[in-house]
Design a protein around this ligand. Structure first.
Ligand code: SAH
Length: 319
């Protein structure tokens, strides 16, 4: 995805109907507005630091951050206190983010983000970080690899892992490294990290590697560099890594539960009352896409990691 010449993200804007896939902030402004309200409340819970790092990992077109900033205006002082730091590898997306947001600092990784209180957001970022896959064949674990001839297998030193022949297990060591580093920051500086992505609450075997082009699934080896290759996020593994870093982690909830608790239906009703019939239909469709049980609502999960001395933020831990 990040190859300087052939990387999928390096040369294109992949989002929207014309692109390859759609993300929540591109579906409706409400998504970013509700995350913005959450951020404003989180900043309040941090004791309203006069200066803090508002960090986004993989900001795409910058739509989510723009909507967060718009909605967080309900909290006086938030905007003035926020220093915006964006972790983005794609030159073309950095350019789009700059056009939309202006005053921000770009980073290759979180390592270069300055010290200080932290509010970190990542939507559909971790699914794009590479994984390793292992398959059990004839009683032995082999690593699935990609070569010039297609998929192949390499011997793996994994013989202690549980599983039956044919099982596939996935590990995201780079994902865990990033989560651990965020955890370490939250141990050192006051803050919260909100992670939103598709995935599962508990580690389980299964092949979730997928490639998407023009809104269709394609084979992962089909036209390398021309499709978005991702896999589901293992929230249990991510939670472990946050804790190892020294942060407190709360059980992830579904995107549906998060958005409904944050006022999805109220906000949609207000926007609807000002809209014409056509826009009302689009809005209703967007709400269903974001929160519908068979659409993004249950597949996507929301997790929060916090500094150990900060309260658990709403709506985590509410029934
Ligand atoms: N959050 C946005 C975009 C999600 S797509 C949205 O919801 O619309 C994934 C984003 O992560 C893109 O901006 C992509 O360029 C960025 N990205 C993927 N891998 C990355 C990496 N290793 N380092 C930095 N950015 C990365």
């Amino acid at each position: 995805l990040g190859h300087p010449v052939h990387g999928y993200y390096m040369s294109r804007d992949p989002f929207g109907e014309q692109g390859d896939f759609m993300t929540a902030p591109e579906i409706s402004q409400i998504f970013g507005e509700l995350v913005g309200v959450w951020c404003a409340a989180a900043w309040d819970a941090m004791g309203r630091p006069a200066q803090f790092n508002l960090v986004e990992l993989g900001p795409g077109r910058g739509t989510l951050m723009a909507d967060i900033l718009k909605a967080a205006k309900v909290m006086p002082g938030f905007r003035e206190a926020a220093r915006i730091h964006l972790v983005e590898m794609s030159p073309i997306l950095r350019k789009l983010q700059n056009e939309k947001l202006g005053n921000a600092t770009w980073h290759e990784s979180i390592a270069s983000i300055p010290d200080g209180p932290l509010l970190l957001i990542a939507n559909e970022f971790f699914d794009a970080i590479p994984i390793r896959q292992f398959e059990k064949r004839h009683g032995k674990w082999l690593e699935r690899c990609v070569g010039a001839e297609g998929m192949g297998f390499m011997p793996a030193a994994l013989d202690n892992a549980q599983g039956a022949n044919g099982d596939v297990i996935e590990f995201g060591p780079q994902r865990s490294d990033i989560a651990r580093e965020i955890g370490q920051r939250l141990a050192k500086h006051k803050g919260y990290a909100l992670i939103i992505d598709y995935g599962h609450l508990q580690t389980a075997p299964g092949d979730t590697l997928q490639a998407v082009r023009a809104h269709e699934y394609v084979a992962v080896t089909d036209q390398p560099g021309e499709s978005d290759i991702t896999s589901h996020v293992d929230f249990e593994a991510l939670a472990k890594a946050f804790s190892q870093g020294g942060a407190a982690v709360h059980l992830a909830i579904t995107q549906r539960a998060f958005l409904l608790a944050m006022g999805l239906e109220h906000r949609a009703a207000i926007l609807s009352s000002k809209a014409d019939a056509n826009s009302r239909d689009i809005l209703a469709r967007s709400v269903a896409r974001l929160a519908g049980e068979t659409e993004m609502g249950n597949l996507f999960k929301v997790m929060v990691a916090t500094s150990a001395d900060l309260p658990m933020p709403y709506p985590f831990g509410t029934p």
